[in-house]
Design a protein around this ligand. Structure first.
Ligand SMILES: CC(C)(COP(=O)(O)OP(=O)(O)OC[C@H]1O[C@@H](n2cnc3c(N)ncnc32)[C@H](O)[C@@H]1OP(=O)(O)O)[C@@H](O)C(=O)NCCC(=O)NCCS
Length: 176
């Protein structure tokens, strides 16, 4: 399941890119490469409803896995964290956007038993990377989650976390 197309290591030129076993062996003791067997999938055609279980914790009316897939497929960008040992999704994030200036992150969740392992951090980092050509990337959230988003050094924060890329303010990163 892990191959060079879904390896999230930024060092794409590395000969071990996409081969976590070899990478872990080579960098034993290096926290960066000792990350878990979780892989991050951006192509939603690779995600099926039976991989999605246990999300929307605490929601009164939970979207079912089929609806969840539709949400992800209809998003501007979507990323699913999958435990490669079980093949099950353990976290996800999505964004909706005009594709020119602005994007909004409506959903981010990591399953409770996988929290505190850096998966939420990776999902946000990867989504920021996916939206780096845009000027605005915004998130609305409860007050208590603000310390989590503060770690990404946003441009503005409160009950909303705001990322601004002023180089993209003119919308010139997009053809046409
Ligand atoms: C918020 C959430 C996605 C974090 O996922 P996670 O995988 O546990 O987060 P990470 O392990 O990557 O944590 C990254 C850092 O944020 C901190 N952090 C994680 N959750 C936090 C929270 N709820 N409040 C404050 N800090 C938090 C961690 O301690 C860690 O800090 P460190 O860098 O000092 O070690 C997860 O708790 C979750 O799914 N919560 C329920 C849904 C939710 O609230 N989503 C956000 C909607 S806006």
């Amino acid at each position: 399941m892990i191959d060079s197309s879904n390896c999230t290591c930024p060092n794409a030129a590395c000969e071990r890119h996409g081969n976590c076993d070899a990478c872990n062996a080579h960098h034993e003791g290096n926290g960066y490469c000792k990350r878990s067997s979780v892989i991050y999938i951006k192509d939603m055609s690779k995600i099926t409803a039976d991989m999605l279980n246990g999300f929307f914790a605490g929601w009164q009316n939970k979207p079912n896995p089929t609806t969840h897939i539709r949400i992800m497929q209809n998003s501007y960008r979507a990323i699913v964290a999958v435990d490669a040992t079980t093949g099950m999704a353990v976290g996800f994030i999505n964004s909706i956007s005009d594709g020119i200036l602005s994007a909004y992150i409506p959903l981010l969740e990591v399953l409770p038993e996988y929290r505190g392992k850096g998966i939420g951090r990776w999902l946000v980092r990867l989504m920021k990377q996916e939206c780096k050509h845009l000027y605005m990337l915004d998130i609305c959230h409860d007050e208590e989650i603000a310390p989590f988003y503060a770690k990404f050094e946003p441009t503005g924060q409160g009950r909303s976390t705001l990322f601004r890329n002023y180089e993209a303010q003119g919308g010139m990163n997009i053809d046409g």
